[in-house]
Design a protein around this ligand. Sequence first.
Ligand SMILES: Nc1nc2c(ncn2[C@@H]2O[C@H](COP(=O)(O)OP(=O)(O)OP(=O)(O)O)[C@@H](O)[C@H]2O)c(=O)[nH]1
Ligand SMILES: [Mg+2]
Length: 264
Amino acid sequence: MVRCATLVIGPAGAGKSTYCNLMRTHCEAQRRRVHVVNLDPAAEHFRYPVAADIRDLVPLEDVMSELRLGPNGGLIYAMEYLVDNIDWLESELDDLGGDEYVLFDCPGQVELYSHVPAMSRVVSELQRMGFRLASDAPKFVAGVLACLSAMTMLELPHCNVLSKCDLLPNRRLLDELLDADAAVPRARGSTSPASPRRELFTAPALLEDWSMVQFLPLDPRDTDSVDEILAQIDNALQYHEDVEPRDPDERDEDDPEVEEHDES
Ligand SMILES: Nc1nc2c(ncn2[C@@H]2O[C@H](COP(=O)(O)OP(=O)(O)OP(=O)(O)O)[C@@H](O)[C@H]2O)c(=O)[nH]1
Ligand SMILES: [Mg+2]
């Protein structure tokens, strides 16, 4: 049985849950079954069918009121509680059955990916369960250091997504920014005083020089941009190597059909 999963991480409001729903819909249109698991104890609304929900194990409100913790302390406690009760997640994931591709919609708090070991322990446990993992971070350029921190802490293949590119008034500027070969000579050769725009050109280009961080633009209206991200993740996970081909007419009884799901 192939078990592949992506951890979708990124700052609060970056678009993690939207990404999970978009990727689920996109994969299902290609007859690839995807499960989305909520690992954010503070989440409230879902636009995707939730295959497993950490709030069933440890609701954040209960942690905060019973232990008199604030939202951040409560979240860290909840993630550590998950690690201590990993059997619960293991059994939920076992129930999904079949060839699995799981998206984990993760909490946004950066400390979980920098100095608190809870998320890297979750990663180790998922690997012990036989999951091939990649992490996928919807972020903007300013998040690059947080992104590097998460990459080194989680030690997983990583695909960095620039979310919300549909909101850009000038997409050409972004494409120039992401074109490292063009940007480096321009930034290095320039004699003009440092400007925010020049800094923007230099930072991602140098990082790409060191093959550390690459960015993929995500425009939810552009199927090609979603395909490109999926292809990068599949490549990192070697997803297609072991997957059994499915009959195009085959339809599993438990194929998800719910398009809109609101827990509130
Ligand atoms: N235009 C546009 N809006 C987006 C995109 N992705 C997310 N949004 C919007 O951004 C807001 C936050 O998106 P979410 O998917 O809830 O972000 P999140 O990272 O899951 O947020 P938290 O779980 O609170 O950390 C919502 O209003 C989304 O509709 C995108 O690619 N384009
Ligand atoms: Mg979310």
